[in-house]
Design a protein around this ligand. Structure first.
Ligand SMILES: Nc1nc2c(ncn2[C@@H]2O[C@H](COP(=O)(O)OP(=O)(O)OP(=O)(O)O)[C@@H](O)[C@H]2O)c(=O)[nH]1
Ligand SMILES: [Mg+2]
Length: 478
């Protein structure tokens, strides 16, 4: 027969039970008050539990978020496309960051000035060039750098300090790294550092004034009274900057060294008055043109309305860094994507990768596109191609740069934009047909990602299409 063991009361052995046990000398009235309180507390707790399980059931029923991954080589326009999404669907949040973009634009200006100053130095000392370039030096490479230009050069060296200051402020540990090897369309040239960022959140925080709440315009993020504000120095240099940029010798030097600064990322020297004004706040257009290289992967969430009038959807857009060394990280995002937007900057047909000057940028885009469309992980994913930077493509072809000189197969076709873009579109389509594991639709857009108006229609179309796909998958529409 089992023996009954006398049990010690819980409060003797459990310090927690001991702590919450009613006082030993509790009167019946006190007990009643306590019980009432406990009943009320339980009611609140039950209500919270019920709310939580309702939310969980709703989450389960809610459609999964629509996921979009932006891919393409560095400087193809991925982050710019993301900015367009933000401007279109979250304009308030986009504009609240104006203050942070102001600093990036200031850095972009300083970087352009460095490129110009370096070009002048090379023109002064043509024999200081690397051995690979020395054989091509001719007597015409020596320019007469007059005293005015030399004085300008000396004065603008002060901008180096502005750059250092901005870089320091941006250097949130682990989040922002100034890269040693910059990425610009100016290949084969020695260029100053380019600023790069790991995630979208931390670097913007670096410019948030202590205690300042973000306003719709983001202008209260800027401490206008700060004497160290880089805007003060830039403002004082504005006339010199304009004189430098408009100087005929400078233009001739850049021309001779094949530096097309106007077509390069983060070019603002044509907007010096605006960008160096004392109370400069970037416009939407300037933010789209600002260049900030992406290092890591950043995820952006937004809630978008349904074109059929149904419930809105969560969208997640993933922006990755496109430099070669960062591409290995892409594959871990292939799983579970609804769409890939692949950007190929077709204007880069006459350029090479900065990370490998033996590789033509268009050839690199073809190769990347082949890998993406051939991936088994992505065979059910909608793949949308943006043939981007068509504005630069137009200008290049019009200036006489011949596609056939860089793409042998283009042969004797006319060197106009329509023929060239039609041809490139066919090439990308052929790659898709030959390499896709299963037949798929070729979605292709000719885009200019710094033109908000045209990009808006393209993105709205993609959003509607993806929502429809998503609804069909959830069997919500037939
Ligand atoms: N003119 C012109 N400039 C563009 C276009 N698309 C992007 N840009 C500019 O090109 C530069 C590079 O664009 P990003 O969006 O930063 O390129 P990315 O693909 O994100 O580059 P990584 O972050 O290095 O992978 C920016 O200064 C943009 O403003 C375009 O269609 N036309
Ligand atoms: Mg980017």
């Amino acid at each position: 027969m089992p023996t009954r063991v006398a049990r010690r009361p819980m409060e003797d052995i459990d310090p927690f039970a001991n702590a919450i046990a009613p006082p030993q000398n509790e009167t019946p009235e006190d007990r009643e008050v306590r019980m009432q309180k406990e009943r009320a507390a339980k009611q609140v707790s039950d209500a919270i539990d019920a709310e939580l399980s309702k939310e969980q059931a709703y989450e389960k029923k809610r459609p999964k978020p629509v996921k979009i991954l932006l891919l393409g080589q560095s400087e193809s326009g991925k982050s710019t496309t993301l900015k367009n999404f933000q401007l279109l669907y979250e304009p308030k949040a986009f504009r609240a960051e104006r203050g942070s973009w102001r600093a990036i634009i200031q850095l972009n200006v300083v970087r352009s000035v460095h490129i110009v100053l370096d070009a002048i130095t090379r023109a002064q000392n043509p024999h200081d060039r690397p051995p690979s370039e020395r054989s091509s030096i001719s007597s015409q490479d020596s320019f007469r750098i007059d005293a005015e230009l030399l004085a300008l050069k000396m004065r603008l060296v002060s901008l180096l300090d502005v750059e250092k200051l901005l870089m320091k402020r941006l250097s949130v540990p682990g989040e922002v790294e100034p890269t040693e090897r910059p990425m610009t369309s100016l290949s084969r040239r020695h260029q100053p550092k380019e600023i790069a960022v790991n995630s979208s959140v931390a670097w913007q925080g670096a410019f948030r004034r202590n205690g300042a709440a973000t306003s719709n315009d983001g202008d209260n993020m800027i401490d206008w009274d700060d004497p160290d504000d880089p805007g003060v120095v830039l403002h004082s240099c504005r006339d010199d900057l304009k004189r430098l940029w408009e100087h005929p010798t400078v233009q001739a030097i850049l021309d001779k060294q094949c530096i097309r600064l106007q077509e390069s990322a983060g070019f603002f020297l044509d907007s010096i008055d605006a960008v160096t004004s004392l109370r400069y706040i970037p416009t939407d257009d300037h933010i789209l043109r600002a260049r900030l290289k992406t290092l890591g992967v950043s995820e952006h969430r937004m809630r978008l309305s349904d074109p059929t009038g149904g419930m809105s959807r969560d969208f997640r857009i993933f922006d990755v860094g496109g430099t070669r060394s960062l591409r290995a990280a892409w594959v871990s995002y292939f799983d579970d994507m609804d769409a890939i937007i692949f950007l190929a900057p077709i204007s880069a047909f006459d350029q090479v990768l900065t990370e490998d000057p033996t590789v033509n940028r268009l050839a690199d885009s073809y190769k990347l596109w082949t890998t993406i469309v051939a991936s088994k992980l992505l065979q059910k994913t909608n793949v949308i191609l943006f043939l981007n930077k068509i504005d630069i493509m137009h200008a290049k072809l019009a200036s006489g740069i011949r596609l056939a000189d860089f793409v042998d197969s283009y042969g004797r076709r006319p060197n106009d934009f329509d023929s060239a873009s039609r041809y490139l579109k066919k090439q990308f389509n052929a790659i898709l047909k030959q390499n896709s594991p299963a037949p798929r639709i070729f979605y292709c857009h000719l885009t200019n990602a710094i033109d908000t108006k045209s990009t808006k229609y393209v993105l709205a179309g993609i959003k509607d299409m993806l929502m429809r796909f998503h609804l069909q998958e959830s069997h919500l529409i037939l």
